[in-house]
Design a protein around this ligand. Structure first.
Ligand SMILES: NC(=O)c1ccc[n+]([C@@H]2O[C@H](COP(=O)([O-])OP(=O)(O)OC[C@H]3O[C@@H](n4cnc5c(N)ncnc54)[C@H](O)[C@@H]3O)[C@@H](O)[C@H]2O)c1
Length: 248
């Protein structure tokens, strides 16, 4: 007989704000945090699926907007104040640097980098007195050069630097950590061919793509008290993608 282990309640009584919550990793993070007792404000430009909508409070938000963050901070304050921010929303235009125009560059930097700064700035008055924490979802693109994503890579590298900076600036009141996902099978891969997915999977040591749930488990660890002595860190969650390269 299969027994389902009851989920720990590490976030009981806590309010988490999660961006990019309607899809992929963000949705999995929302499920994980609510399963473990958190109340979640789920932010996205797109509405969540009904199964997620039933367990979170959805606030339609463009995370690039300073005014939107002011509204989110007001909602969080009404709910008792935010304990956790998971900055996860992202957008990418695939184009070489010489084909990336100002509009595309600015939009990607706004959504992928500035939004994390704006989110922390807006929620800091709530996070600090609660000894809260921030988890930033970066990417292997922060560390590795992969053609066709100059703005995305610059933003992801900037997120890691921002995370360290914020951790140093606001410790001990605030912990700030980044996760570095490798290939995780989410709707962001819908446009990628089956052959290219296999190629990415084969480039990992574990010989497969990761699941959003595996990434969410790592975000939940960093957001939990079990990571109470972890700050300014980068947790690589890439199945060994970045440590193995074919030498032939
Ligand atoms: N999937 C991967 O292989 C992978 C690898 C490395 C890093 N990441 C990172 O993980 C995070 C989640 O990626 P995913 O694969 O789940 O992507 P996804 O495309 O499935 O989800 C991204 C979500 O962000 C939302 N979003 C986009 N712009 C927004 C805005 N301006 N305001 C609010 N919400 C906005 C989208 O609507 C979507 O719901 C991203 O930061 C991404 O860069 C993913």
């Amino acid at each position: 007989m299969t027994m389902t282990k009851p989920m720990a309640q590490r976030f009981s009584g806590r309010l988490a704000v999660v961006t990019g919550a309607s899809s992929g990793i963000g949705a999995a993070v929302c499920h994980r945090l609510t399963d473990e007792g958190a109340r979640v404000l789920a932010l996205d430009v797109n509405a969540p699926r009904p199964q997620l909508a039933a367990t979170v409070e959805f606030v339609r938000t463009d995370v690039a907007s300073t005014e939107a963050w002011q509204r989110v901070a007001a909602v969080a304050a009404e709910r008792g104040g935010a304990d956790i921010l998971v900055s996860n929303a992202a957008t990418v235009d695939v184009a070489a640097a010489h084909e990336t125009d100002d509009v595309s560059w600015d939009r990607q930097l706004s959504v992928n980098l500035s939004a994390a700064f704006k989110g922390v700035r807006a929620l800091l008055p709530q996070l600090r007195p609660r000894r809260g924490n921030v988890v930033i979802v970066s990417s292997v693109h922060a560390h590795m050069g992969l053609p066709g994503r100059p703005a995305y890579a610059a933003a992801k590298g900037g997120l890691c630097a921002l995370g360290r900076q914020l951790a140093a600036e606001y410790g001990p009141d605030l912990r700030v950590n980044s996760v570095i996902p490798g290939p995780i099978l989410t709707p962001a891969w819908d446009w990628v061919s089956e052959a290219d997915r296999h190629r990415s999977a084969a480039q990992t040591t574990l010989d497969r793509m990761g699941t959003p749930e595996e990434l969410a488990a790592c975000v939940a660890f960093l957001a939990s008290d079990e990571a109470s002595y972890v700050t300014g860190s980068e947790l690589v969650v890439d199945g060994g993608w970045s440590i193995t390269k074919d030498s032939t």
